[in-house]
Design a protein around this ligand. Sequence first.
Ligand SMILES: Cc1cc2nc3c(=O)[nH]c(=O)nc-3n(C[C@H](O)[C@H](O)[C@H](O)COP(=O)(O)O)c2cc1C
Length: 185
Amino acid sequence: MIDYLELIKLMSERRSNILIDAQVPVEMADITSLCDAAMLAPNHKRTWPLRLAVVQGDARSQLGELIADIMASQGDDPSKVLRTRTKYLRAPVVIVLGARDGDSGQRSRENRYAVAAGAQNMLLIAQALGLAMLWSSPATGANDAISDFCDFEHHTEILGLMYLGHASSAAPDVPRPPTPVTWVT
Ligand SMILES: Cc1cc2nc3c(=O)[nH]c(=O)nc-3n(C[C@H](O)[C@H](O)[C@H](O)COP(=O)(O)O)c2cc1C
């Protein structure tokens, strides 16, 4: 049994960190550990909705160009479009996190919750391995293009693009407000 205080410490010390040295690779075994940890999250009805794509090398700029082209076609801010073209080169690894759709709105929502729980598992394993990670949101309008790029099933919802690598600097602390708990007796 692990000491729960160690687990709390791990959770408390985890920070979203995009200050990553893009030149330093991540061990394949570490990437695999993170992916396997995401699969350990609960899911309702055993739908196993998690879909992951590990994007590395030239594929990172292909992904950025793809998303930037969609943003440009939608008339998004040109400076954001330009930044997007190279943004995934900020880390040696980008893990795309998808949730399969369900056979009802409720099931799709639950699939999404299951994958989000898996994302936290990944973030904690990254922290335990001494790696930096940041969950970033997909651009509006780019869901299906990202899903196709990753070879996911149609209608897979992209929940995030997770930057992963070795930190170049520590991320600033993010103090939490008091926990909003209602005690009902
Ligand atoms: C669903 C989700 C989407 C996020 N998208 C972004 C994003 O697009 N860009 C970003 O810088 N951070 C993003 N974050 C990270 C949050 O900014 C970060 O978790 C928050 O500032 C709290 O910091 P902490 O993770 O260090 O506790 C996202 C987090 C979640 C859960």
